[in-house]
Design a protein around this ligand. Sequence first.
Ligand code: C2E
Ligand code: MG
Ligand code: MG
Ligand code: MG
Length: 286
Amino acid sequence: EAKAEGRGTFRLFEPQMDETVRERLHLERELREALQADRFELHYQPLVDLSDNRITGMEALVRWRHPERGLVSPALFIPLAEETGLIVPLGEWVLRQACRDAAGWPDGISVAVNVSPIQLRHRGFAQSVLAALATSGLVATRLELEITESVLLDDTEANLETLHTLRKLGVRISMDDFGTGYSSISYLRRFPFDKIKIDRSFVRDCAAQSEAGAIIRAIVSLGASLGITTLVEGVETEPQLATVRAEGAQEVQGYLFSPPRPAAEIAALLEAGTCPGGDGDRTMAA
Ligand code: C2E
Ligand code: MG
Ligand code: MG
Ligand code: MG
């Protein structure tokens, strides 16, 4: 009891405070400092068109260059950034940096940026996208925003309006991780997505289980009837690629072609005009 310790004693934390809470607070402070000190970097992973094995674009994937921990995965800090609201300035940095990098790539190569629901909901999001495009000189049609279906769960009207505004300007909208939420299909009627990214859990299972392959085929045909491009995430092996191809998907992304690589390596790869992976070099569009 704080009272038993006498007047003026104010204990913020119990001594036995959960170690995970302590760790969280520490991580939050570090995250703030990292933003100030510019310790984030973008890696890029190619998106490949299956009809001609060309690179159509790159997905920007953020990493935290931590002084002691090394390169920290977004899976470890994006959730905390979302809970603390730090995702808003971090997301703006990602947008600006991704547009700046992409402006230096060949004209045929677009850039895909992940957008958190919290970021999208934030007032001024559309404005920050426009600012990133204007500052970098990147044409709007070379920017894709990846959102998850959770974006459409709440605040629906405001979110839809923001997405419509951006889409009218030429920015393309992709639904990420499709198939992991529930009632996904109904969302396809509520917003005109340009691309569906089928979650990698389907390709992981598709070689062994024909059900997963059948689901990919169903989504591809649904996409085709709605005029939406379908991409399959997480293609790691040639047999998986063969299945995905047979099911009719238009685009793929995965370790088979390339893992996410630092921006400098991506620029060199685009300059060389090839994307190593699979059974040979994949040439790029330019
Ligand atoms: P995501 O948007 O679905 O991105 C794809 C993830 O799958 C990336 O993980 C990528 O490295 C990984 N991946 C790609 N190909 C393969 C493969 O063949 N096999 C396997 N096992 N994995 C593959 P990463 O970079 O760790 O990012 C994880 C998630 O963090 C992303 O999932 C995205 O939801 C989030 N994220 C990353 N960058 C950002 C960002 O700038 N903003 C926001 N809001 N979220 C981000
Ligand atoms: Mg994504
Ligand atoms: Mg994804
Ligand atoms: Mg995913």
